[in-house]
Design a protein around this ligand. Structure first.
Ligand SMILES: NC(=O)c1ccc[n+]([C@@H]2O[C@H](COP(=O)([O-])OP(=O)(O)OC[C@H]3O[C@@H](n4cnc5c(N)ncnc54)[C@H](O)[C@@H]3O)[C@@H](O)[C@H]2O)c1
Ligand SMILES: [Zn+2]
Length: 341
């Protein structure tokens, strides 16, 4: 699978010319139809367009049925192509629909959010949420290509850009200490997106390539995500306090860096750098006393745990990360306390 980072005016026509598809469809949500589809439609042969409502709440089976129905109504055969134009919701759901329609047709990802460019579109995980369980139904399958163009960020809401940036910070902290030293000296608006997206994609591709099904090293991509996911899930219930994924992961990275420091895995200087930078970019999530127990309880449901014990990916240096490190409830509790004050 190739990941191309270049203007779509170059990469998309080239891809289409190199293949001979019987039919082409584009899957968009209401936002990417408005903001992103105009930038690609002239590079496509005759095609169908399927539009779904925007938002994670539509990443479900009912939406898949509308996509499968659209493909069926248009009489798409097994030599057709589905182009997923949008963020991680479109990529995960569209990829899953393509991978299962008639036992699988080709699909390409054109990710339009920072998060989907540096994370969701790389690694082959596809799927949907099911009865409240996130990414519960899905498959591993690689797209024919991932075509990345950072020009899409021009219309991306600032909060979505900031959310995706947390994954870039994570990639630098777990795999490239020198790059961490570059990004932490710039604020969000002064980052070189083309350079950082290429850098992050390379890191994720490299890690996933070593361990596609997450038995070992791929687990380091979960740095910040044990406590981060627990916070994200906990605040989901309250629309006023809901966090974007990257906002929760930023908080998770601070708390988990504290745990790494307490375990003697990283020095105080690195912890200080991490918290100073992430608090400056993301602010501090307000965590009340009554939030602590439910958040800690949620970490016990983490997919990475073994025998009921929480296992974390923890930094063991700038640009270096260990995985499967056992962490106690008391350590997590102290870390949330530290984050709060
Ligand atoms: N497969 C994986 O490995 C993987 C990894 C990380 C996240 N994910 C999944 O990705 C999803 C989150 O991705 P996301 O943050 O991209 O969410 P998203 O797809 O919901 O996009 C966020 C919002 O931005 C809008 N949007 C997208 N591109 C735009 C643009 N260029 N201009 C203006 N608006 C635009 C969307 O319509 C949506 O409202 C989650 O479902 C998560 O589970 C998957
Ligand atoms: Zn993440």
């Amino acid at each position: 699978m190739s990941v191309l980072i270049s203007p779509l005016a170059e990469s998309l026509p080239t891809f289409i010319q190199q293949h001979n598809y019987s039919a082409v469809a584009v899957l968009v949500d209401t936002n990417t139809k408005r903001f992103c589809y105009p930038a690609i439609k002239n590079f496509l042969p005759k095609h169908k367009i399927f539009t779904i409502p925007a938002g994670e709440q539509h990443k479900n089976l009912a939406t898949c049925e509308t996509v499968w129905q659209g493909l069926t109504n248009a009489q798409f055969d097994r030599h057709a192509l589905l182009i997923n134009l949008g963020g991680g919701v479109i990529g995960d759901l569209g990829g899953f629909c393509a991978a299962t329609y008639k036992r699988g047709i080709d699909f390409i990802q054109i990710p339009t959010t920072l998060l989907s460019q540096v994370d969701a579109s790389v690694g082959g995980k596809l799927g949907i949420d099911f009865h409240g369980f996130k990414n519960h139904i899905g498959v591993f399958k690689l797209p024919e290509a991932v075509l990345i163009d950072t020009a899409f960020f021009q219309t991306l809401p600032e909060l979505e850009l900031r959310s995706g940036f947390a994954e870039i910070v994570k990639h630098c902290l777990i795999a490239d200490g020198a790059k961490w030293n570059i990004i932490r000296r710039r604020d969000l608006h002064d980052q070189d997106w083309n350079d950082l997206v290429a850098h992050s994609v390379e890191i994720k591709k490299n890690i996933v390539g070593q361990d596609p099904t997450e038995r070992g090293i791929r687990k380091i991509l979960n740095f910040g995500h044990t406590l981060g996911h627990a916070l994200e899930t906990h605040f989901l219930a309250d629309p006023k306090r809901r966090l974007l994924h990257g906002e929760a992961i930023a908080a998770g990275m601070i708390a988990e860096a504290f745990i790494a420091h307490r375990k003697g895995m990283i020095q105080a200087g690195l912890l200080e750098q991490i918290e100073e930078y992430l608090f400056a970019v993301y602010g501090r999530v307000t965590i009340a006393d009554t939030d602590l127990e439910p958040v800690l309880a949620l970490t016990l449901q983490d997919k990475k745990n073994r025998n009921g014990q929480v296992r974390m990916a923890l930094l063991d240096g700038p640009g270096s990360c260990a995985y499967d490190v056992p962490v106690t409830k008391a350590e997590m509790s102290r870390a949330l306390e530290y984050y709060r004050t």
